[in-house]
Design a protein around this ligand. Structure first.
Ligand code: BG6
Length: 478
């Protein structure tokens, strides 16, 4: 007997902006990622004012799923996917973001896409906002600094729930909403919330203001979705990078405890419906004005989520007395992060730690007592095509196998209620943090390179057949 439930959702995950392309097709407006240039590991992506001549924007064409979705979905069906996680590009539905009426052509695209998935026995799992905020809302309103965005998002959510509730059961409001806790990296506040910090800003105060608006928007979306269809399952989505203390020195242990709150803050509110005391204390101590209005607390309390979706790629380690320089060789960390001597890292500095996934599952299950959904996990690496055209991606298979084993232990020994597993980038797509194509996650290779050259031809990797077997055996044949 399998340790996973019979209806366990084996799937794959992507995000509209990283694979659809068609950035100006079907009436779509520009989004915050449409003005992101390509970067590389150690070279940040730049945000341009608008789409500028002479710049290369890798998300504009991405892998052209917009025109090739039938072919791609038949490959997903061949792999045996039960579900497919993607997002609805907000600016396809509301090109500017502040319109009253949605763009019918954008809505029709997702109707066709969901119908095609369902016809292939694959249920769509949908994120409402995966870094696809309409650019106009960022430029004209200051993004989620502005409370008006709560209503714009609620309108977008209502349109999506009304239109697709009979086709989509599992929803998430904001992807990796907690990335922006790291205000040192300009990419996160921009992609999560359409916010650019200025010299005058106190980054932390801005963060909490933005967070409050986004948490209200998320809570309102949950309430709207439930009113439209009480059977919908609406979740939060956070990036979880567990924080280990460097040693048993109590100072390191406390440093890890405090750093972990950066990971938990958003989910603490989305799951429990109120602000955690450690945040309230920080606001009081620092004198932050968070702009909580009358009635907001009730909205947060009424809009708690049904489940918690999360991404897991790596763990991190903090050392109480580490200097900032120590972050050079590790990613996903804090100012006082240091490399973990017990684990290896990928070529992009992401520390590979399958046990950290079991640790995460147990931690989140015990903290929140909700069903969990691993909606991203995967291994970004360079793939080589052999002379005979095959692609052997053994390191990716090793990574996934070890993580599925950890997940199996979490279900079997820790009693975690796990809904499903959608590994990231089931088909090669544009990397979020670097804008590269060469940081590949896919089980399906796409012929496209960092400069946007290539035929876009799809090709099965070794992991394709491996994952097909995993799904067919409900996680027993790894
Ligand atoms: C998560 C995001 O941060 O990780 C995805 O939700 C992203 O959008 C994924 O692609 C992997 O990150 P990267 O930078 O390797 O593409």
């Amino acid at each position: 007997m399998s340790r996973f439930s019979d209806d366990f959702l084996w799937g794959g995950a992507v995000a509209a902006h990283q694979f659809e392309g068609g950035y100006d097709q079907g009436g779509k407006g520009l989004s915050v990622v449409d003005v992101l240039t390509a970067g590389a590991h150690g070279t940040p992506r730049r945000i341009t004012e608008t789409v500028e001549e002479g710049e290369y924007y890798p998300n504009h064409e991405a892998i052209d799923f917009y025109h090739r979705y039938e072919e791609d979905i038949s490959l997903f069906a061949e792999m045996g996917l039960k579900c497919f996680r993607t997002s609805i590009a907000w600016s396809r539905i509301f090109p500017l973001g502040d319109e009253h009426e949605p763009n019918e052509e954008g809505l029709r695209f997702y109707d066709d896409l969901f119908d095609e998935l369902l016809a292939n026995g694959i249920q769509p799992v949908i994120t409402l906002s995966h870094f696809e905020l309409p650019l106009h809302l960022a430029r004209e309103y200051g993004g989620f600094r502005n409370r008006k965005l709560v209503d714009f998002f609620a309108r977008f959510a209502r349109v999506c729930f009304e239109r697709y509730h009979s086709k989509v059961r599992y929803w998430m409001t904001f992807n990796e909403i907690n990335n922006q806790m790291d205000t040192r990296n300009h990419l996160f506040l921009w992609t999560n919330s359409g916010v650019v910090l200025t010299e005058e800003d106190d980054p932390r105060e801005v963060l909490f203001q933005v967070a409050h608006h986004e948490l209200l928007a998320s809570a309102q979306a949950v309430a709207i979705g439930k009113e439209i269809d009480p059977d919908l399952q609406i979740g939060a989505m956070v990036s979880h990078v567990p924080v280990y203390p460097y040693s048993c020195d109590p100072a390191d242990v406390m440093a890890a405890q405090i750093a972990s709150r950066e990971r938990f803050f958003f989910a603490d509110v989305q799951v429990r419906g109120h602000y955690p005391p450690y945040a309230v204390k920080e606001w009081e101590r620092e004198g932050y004005r968070v702009g909580i209005e009358e009635g907001d607390e009730e909205i947060l309390a009424a809009g708690t989520v049904d489940y918690l979706g999360f991404s897991y790629y790596m763990s991190t380690v903090v050392k109480a007395d580490a200097s900032n320089d120590a972050t050079d060789s590790v990613d996903g960390g804090f100012a006082n992060s240091v490399p973990n001597p017990y684990v290896k890292a990928s070529d992009w500095g992401w520390q590979i730690d399958p046990t950290g996934l079991r640790f995460t599952l147990a931690t989140l299950a015990e903290r929140y007592e909700l069903p969990l959904f691993i909606v991203e996990n995967g291994f970004g690496m360079v793939d080589e095509i052999a002379e005979d055209g095959t692609i052997s991606d053994a390191p990716r298979i090793d990574y996934l196998r070890a993580h599925i084993e950890a997940m199996r232990d979490a279900v079997e020994y820790d009693g975690v209620d796990l809904i499903g597993y959608t590994p990231w980038g089931i088909i090669d797509l544009v990397s979020f943090t670097t804008g590269e194509m060469k940081k590949r996650y896919g089980f399906i290779h796409v012929d496209r390179d960092n400069a946007g050259e290539g035929t876009l031809e799809r090709r099965r990797k070794e992991s394709f057949e491996w994952y097909r077997t995993v799904i067919a055996s409900n996680g027993e044949n790894l």
